[in-house]
Design a protein around this ligand. Structure first.
Ligand SMILES: [Zn+2]
Ligand SMILES: [Zn+2]
Length: 322
C-alpha cells in the first residue's frame, strides 16, 4: 500500500511536470534531503539554504540558512547527529542558521544533546566566523554551563579551513571534494562540493554563475543540485539591481548547459532566485523549467523543502509527508 502511494505521488509529480524520475527498487543508504531551497527571501514555504546528505552512518550538512533546526526536527534528526557542517561561502542566507544548529543542538531535549565538539569545514573565513559566534554567545554558553551543567565539550567547535580545490573530508567510505565556483568578483572564497559514496556522486553547486569548474567537478554526478536565478525579460531590461543579482547567479538556460555538459543523471534546482517588483511578477516554476529545456532534456526536478532523493541503481524522489 505504501509503495503504491509512493508511486502515485511520484507519477502525479511527473505528470505535473515538476519532476523527472525513475523509481528504484530496494533501499539505499545514500540519501539527500533539501532542507531549505530559498535565498535571503523570507518565505514561509522555502527556508534558507541547506542540504542534508546522509551516507551510511554519517549525516553531513551543507550550509545552514534560516530555519535549519526546524527542518531537521521535522525529519526527526536531532541537531546533535550532524557529523560535519560544510560551508560554501559567507553570505548570510547560507550561514544565519549556524548559531541555531550549534547552540540549540547542545540543549538537553531529544532534538539536542550534543556532547562532542561542533565540526565545521569551510573555505578560509570559517575560523573567524565561528570564533566570532563564540564571542557573540559567550554569555549564553557561560550561563548554561553554570546553570544547567551542560557539558562544555558539546559547545566547543572544531573548525577546519581549506584554500584549494580537492578532498576536504574522508571517512568510512565518504569523500567530500571542494571546488571553487564563481559567484562574482567580490564574493570570494566561494565553493561547491562533490560528495562520493559507494561509487555514486552528488554535486552541490553552491552559489555560482555559469562556471566550467562546476561542470568539471560535477561530471557524471548521479544527482546534480544546482542554484538557479530568473527574472522576467521586461524586469531584467529595466532594473539595474535585478541585473546585478542575476549576474551573480546561473540562469535556467545556463544551468541546463551545465547539466548537459556534466552528463548529470538527475538535475535538481535549489536556491531558487525569482526576482519580482510590484510591477513585474516573478517567473513561474514552469517558465524556469521551460527555459532549462532549451539546453537540457534529462530528468529535472524543481526542489522543494524536505524533498528527498534516495540514490541507488536509480533515484527515488519523495516529497515530504509529515
Ligand atoms: Zn545564496
Ligand atoms: Zn551567495
Amino acid at each position: 500500500m505504501q509503495r503504491m502511494f509512493k508511486c502515485i505521488v511520484i507519477f502525479s509529480l511527473f505528470f505535473a511536470g515538476l519532476i523527472g524520475v525513475s523509481v528504484s527498487h530496494g533501499e539505499s543508504d545514500f540519501k539527500v534531503t533539501l532542507l531549505g531551497t530559498s535565498t535571503p527571501a523570507p518565505r514561509p514555504d522555502r527556508f534558507g539554504s541547506s542540504t542534508l546528505v546522509e551516507a551510511g552512518d554519517q549525516k553531513l550538512l551543507f550550509d545552514a540558512g534560516r530555519g535549519v533546526p526546524i527542518r531537521l526536527w521535522q525529519l526527526k534528526v536531532p541537531l546533535s547527529k550532524i557529523n560535519v557542517l560544510f560551508i560554501t561561502h559567507y553570505h548570510s542566507d547560507h550561514t544565519s542558521g549556524i548559531p541555531d544548529v550549534w547552540l540549540t543542538g547542545w540543549l538537553p531535549p531529544p532534538w539536542g544533546r550534543r556532547t562532542t565538539p561542533f565540526h565545521v569545514i569551510g573555505p578560509v573565513g570559517a575560523k573567524t566566523l565561528m570564533s566570532n559566534l563564540e564571542k557573540a554567545y559567550a554569555d549564553d554558553i557561560k550561563i548554561r554551563i553554570e546553570d544547567e551543567k551542560l557539558p562544555p565539550a558539546g559547545i566547543a567547535t572544531l573548525v577546519e579551513e581549506f584554500g584549494n580545490d580537492g578532498i576536504v573530508y574522508e571517512k568510512n567510505g565518504v569523500k567530500v571534494i571542494a571546488f571553487e565556483v564563481d559567484h562574482g568578483d567580490a564574493i570570494k572564497p566561494c565553493v561547491g562540493y562533490r560528495i562520493e559514496y559507494k561509487g555514486r556522486a552528488v554535486t552541490i553547486s553552491g552559489d555560482t554563475r555559469y562556471n566550467e569548474n562546476v561542470i568539471k567537478y560535477g561530471a557524471g554526478s548521479d544527482l546534480f543540485i544546482h542554484e538557479v536565478a530568473s527574472a522576467k525579460q521586461e524586469l531584467l531590461a529595466t532594473s539595474v539591481p535585478v541585473q546585478r543579482i542575476i549576474a551573480h547567479h546561473t540562469t535556467p538556460r545556463e544551468a541546463g548547459l551545465v547539466f548537459s555538459k556534466a552528463k548529470a543523471k538527475m538535475a535538481v534546482y535549489t536556491h531558487i532566485v525569482l526576482q519580482s517588483t510590484e510591477k513585474f511578477p516573478e517567473p513561474t516554476l514552469d517558465e524556469v523549467v521551460a527555459e532549462t529545456r532549451q539546453t537540457y532534456s534529462g530528468p529535472l526536478t524543481v526542489g522543494e523543502d524536505l524533498m528527498s532523493f534516495e540514490i541507488g541503481e536509480s533515484i527515488t524522489v519523495r516529497r515530504y509527508t509529515p
